[in-house]
Each structure stands twice: as structure tokens, then as C-alpha cells.
Design a protein around this ligand. Structure first.
Ligand SMILES: [Zn+2]
Length: 511
């Protein structure tokens, strides 16, 4: 369907860019063709227009959706307007902008506010890792339920308005493939890599303390301490070393997932390995042979220095690992740094936008989207696959499966997905988190299969979905990532350089 958006003539350049972004994003998800050129507008199937600023009555037009005026060119340093509850036509959500009488809400403005995370730029409160404090965010301040994909509901609201003026239109979005209607991206951050018995025993003892004192799971703590002693005395192998067994089990289940490795160890909260550590590259190559994807886990301080994320990507590429996307270690980022640095690194996607303490939709999005770059007032040059569930955010009490399953069901209900899930390999045992959390991953995979969900690695989803965003005018036609000209042969341990080129190896106290 060709849809023409008439941006108000008095809109500033910034507001024009924001409305255009939201409109193109809506078209990318619903499979429409956006038309913004007035010369071609007359051929459109539907017109979206804003009420004239002078307050005149909108002209009646059978094919025109009239929206209230809401979105402004507000600086991102200013917080978003307080939420207003909205419940109409089966849509229960909150709005940033109260609709005018007899007009539809500014659905494009709502899509923009959520997908751009504009309010988050105004949040000054940080946690001890320098991340925005959830309690200070829009959802935290106003008690907005982030388990509801508000941006996707805003899109449905706009599509419902289109259906009212064009009854033959479908109310639901059209997925990029006819036989797959919902995509989920399973991912794993490699925050532990085995380095011998002493290292494993120390880590287990630390986990025992954390489980007992911070996690309030004394029985789990005792079990982990016992496992630590068993490893220390050579009575058992390293229970945290789950990488190979996880990949094998996924392979047997037909799941191909994405594994994000750190390229360097430069901070005490980076994991206790680096790219050239014993077995690391071999492990990556083994995973690739099993059909898995290798991505970059941006180090703890990778956004502190401009260009560092790019250097980490380059170091993996120089070892012959094709890197197309990343996720920040500890989810340590602020959007004003993450977005330009991922662009600068030439990555095709990122999977960081989620919470480590909450499950839900940080950007209100249960769909892939290019984040908005406020510096350029333009869409970023990469796709975000929003992170909606992370193992550490789960209680592990066995009751939470339904909460997570409902989250994925919400994504299925409102769109065709592109959400990512994060389970660390070490979560698939009792040496870190309760067993129920690892088990939940497999239960979710089974549950997804019942609904014909497609669990797919991020790079494969990118191949399927990217074209939509190109056609909608949000991404350039050519993907950013490239294959290195020469793929080096795997080096034996003795042939490897002693240290990575990026950062000196330090005493390992990993995250
Ligand atoms: Zn990590």
C-alpha cells in the first residue's frame, strides 16, 4: 500500500525528520510504501495528514487519516510529557500526547517517542556502572508497564485508522516471509571462558558468596561452594564451562544462535579472557562450523573512548571472524554514546537496548528498528534487535515462565518480532543461577515451536529483515559489514602472539 504523509508546512527541520523517521518505521514494519514527495502523493492509496495549526476543521476526505498534533522538536535533554492512559478499540496503552477531540492520537509522535527513547536522554541519574537508573526513566518515574510494547500498539492504532478509511486493508503487519510470522533471536554473551582449575574454583566460591549474601539463595550458595571445592581438589570438571554443550544441544534442537565474545580484557569487570587467549579463537571457529554466529561483546569501557568499539571489531575481523553485530558487556551504555559508536564501528546491528534488571521493551518496541540519532536528526545506520529478556533479570522461582512466555506472546500478537533473548552459557547449570533459569530457555524454545515462531541467529534475521528498512528509506542499500580479504588459518597456541594488540592482559577478575 502506498501511503502519503503530509508533514505540516510549519514543522521545523527536526520535527520533519522525526515524523519522517516514525512514518518510515511504521511502513517498514507493516510492509507499506512510504510516500513523502508531494508530486507523487496524488497516487497514494491513503493520506496521513495533521490537523491545520490554525485550528480549522479538517476537510473530509474518504482516504485521509487525520492525526492530532502532538510531537514537537523538543530537545532530548528535556523529559517527555507525562503519560496519559488510552483505552479504545482494543488498544490499551499510554500516550505522550493527549488526542484532540474527534481526531486520532498523534500515532507517529507516539512511535517516535518510544523508538527513539527520547526521554532517556534527559535522565541524569546513573547506577554504579554509569548506566541510566531504571527508576529515573520514563517507565520508572511514571510506573509505565514496559511489558507492553507501546510503540507496536501505536503502530496498530495508526493501521486501524487506515483500515477505517480503506476497509480492504489488513489490520496486522505483513512479515517479510510468508511462511514465518514471528522471529525470536536467541543470543549468548560469553562472560566466562575456562582458564583452569584454580580460576574455576575461585569463580565458584565467588558465585557461592553472591548467591548466599546478595541473591538470598543460601542453598544454591552451599551447592556452589561444594562445587568449588570439588573443582579445587580435582574431583569434578568445571561446571561453568557450558559453551560447547550449549551449542551442541542447540544444534540438536535445530536452533542457530548468536554468541558474543569480548575482544579484550581492559577493566576488572571485563571477562577473564581476551581474543587471543588459549582456545578462544578455536572456540569461535568451532561455533561457526556448527552454524552459529559470532558477534562482538563490546568491552566494559568500549564506549568510553571514541573509536574503541571499532578497534575491538577490527581485532576480531583481523583474526578472520566476520562480525556483523554486537551487544555491550554489562549493558553498559548511554544512548548518546552507543548509537554513534555502533555506527562508527560499521556494525549492521546491535542488541543492547534492554534492561539487566527488568524484562520488557525498553524502547516500547517488539520489532527491529534503526535507533534515532539525535545528533544528526536521522535514523542510525544499523538495526537494533531489542533485548527483552536476560537470564539475570529472572527470579528463577519456576513461576516466571508464564511472564516471559507472555512477553514473547505480546511480540507475536503485535508484530513479527525481531526481539532478542539473552542466556549466558553459565546459566545452564547451577554453578551461577538457579537451574530453573537455564531450563526456562528450552521451555521457551518448545513453546515457540508450538506457535511456529522462528528462532534464528541475528545475522540470518538481518538478511531477512534488512530489505524492509532499505525499501522504507531508513537504511542504505549496502550493509556495512565486510568480509576480510584474507581469512587466516587457525593458529596453534604456540604460534599465537603472546598478547592481544588492543589491550594488555591483566589479572583476571571477570564479571
Ligand atoms: Zn557481558
Amino acid at each position: 500500500m502506498n501511503i502519503y504523509l503530509e508533514i505540516p508546512g510549519d514543522a521545523s527541520e527536526a520535527l520533519r525528520a522525526r515524523l519522517s523517521y516514525a512514518f518510515r518505521l511504521f511502513c517498514a514494519i507493516y510492509g507499506h510504501t512510504p510516500v513523502l514527495n508531494s508530486l507523487r502523493g496524488s497516487h497514494a492509496d491513503v493520506f496521513i495528514r495533521y490537523r491545520p495549526q490554525c485550528g480549522g476543521t479538517p476537510l473530509a476526505d474518504a482516504r485521509t487519516v487525520w492525526l492530532s498534533r502532538g510531537l514537537t522538536d523538543r530537545a532530548p535533554s528535556e523529559p517527555a510529557p507525562c503519560p496519559v492512559k488510552y483505552l479504545r478499540r482494543g488498544l490499551a496503552t499510554v500516550l505522550h500526547y493527549e488526542p484532540e477531540r474527534c481526531l486520532a492520537p498523534d500515532w507517529l509522535g507516539e512511535i517516535f517517542e518510544w523508538a527513539s527513547c527520547a526521554d532517556e536522554y534527559s535522565v541524569k541519574a546513573r547506577d554504579r556502572h554509569g548506566r541510566p537508573a531504571f527508576a529515573a526513566t520514563y517507565a520508572g518515574r511514571h510506573g509505565v508497564d514496559i511489558r507492553v510494547p507501546h510503540a507496536a500498539i501505536a503502530m496498530r492504532g495508526l493501521q486501524q485508522e487506515i483500515c477505517r478509511v480503506l476497509p480492504r486493508a489488513e489490520e496486522t503487519p505483513r512479515a517479510p516471509q510468508d511462511d514465518k510470522t514471528h522471529f525470536v533471536i536467541p543470543t549468548h554473551d560469553i562472560d566466562y571462558f575456562p582458564r583452569g582449575r584454580a580460576h574455576a574454583a575461585a569463580r565458584l566460591m565467588r558465585n557461592a558468596l553472591i548467591s548466599s549474601l546478595l541473591g538470598r539463595r543460601p542453598l544454591l550458595g552451599v551447592s556452589q561452594a561444594w562445587q568449588g571445592l570439588s573443582v579445587a581438589f580435582g574431583l569434578a570438571g568445571d561446571p561453568l564451562d557450558r559453551l560447547a554443550s550449549l551449542a551442541l544441544q542447540e544444534q540438536q534442537c535445530g536452533i542457530r544462535s548468536s554468541y558474543y565474545f569480548l575482544a579484550r580484557h581492559a577493566h576488572r569487570l571485563d571477562a577473564g579472557y581476551n581474543l587471543l587467549g588459549p582456545g578462544v579463537l578455536d572456540s569461535m571457529r568451532g561455533l561457526e562450523k556448527q552454524g552459529m554466529e559470532i558477534g562482538l561483546h563490546g568491552s566494559y569501557t568500549s564506549l568510553d573512548d571514541g573509536g574503541q568499539l571499532e578497534r575491538e571489531r577490527d581485532s576480531m575481523q583481523s583474526e578472520g571472524v566476520r562480525v556483523r553485530g554486537s551487544r555491550q558487556h554489562w549493558l553498559r551504555f548511554t544512548l548518546d554514546r552507543l548509537i554513534p559508536e555502533v555506527e562508527n564501528a560499521g556494525l549492521d546491528y546491535d542488541t543492547s537496548i534492554g534492561w539487566s534488571t527488568e524484562i520488557g521493551f525498553r524502547a516500547g518496541a517488539c520489532f527491529a528498528f534503526p535507533p534515532y540519532n539525535f545528533l544528526r536528526e536521522a535514523p542510525a545506520g544499523f538495526l537494533e534487535f531489542p533485548l527483552v529478556v536476560m537470564d539475570q533479570a529472572l527470579r528463577g522461582d519456576g513461576q516466571q515462565f508464564h511472564e516471559v512466555a507472555q512477553l514473547i506472546a505480546a511480540s507475536r500478537r503485535w508484530g513479527w518480532g525481531g526481539i532478542s533473548l539473552l542466556w549466558h552459557p553459565a546459566a545452564f547449570c547451577t554453578a551461577w543461577l538457579p537451574r530453573e533459569i537455564g531450563d526456562m530457555y528450552w521451555r521457551l524454545a518448545e513453546d515457540g515451536a508450538r506457535f511456529n515462531d522462528c528462532w534464528i541467529k541475528a545475522s540470518s534475521f538481518l538478511e531477512i529483515a534488512r530489505r524492509r528498512f532499505v525499501e522504507a528509506g531508513l537504511l542504505p542499500a549496502a550493509a556495512s559489514s565486510y568480509l576480510p580479504l584474507e581469512i587466516p588459518l587457525p593458529a596453534s597456541a604456540g604460534q599465537r602472539r603472546a598478547e592481544p594488540s588492543l589491550a594488555p592482559a591483566r589479572a583476571a577478575v571477570s564479571a
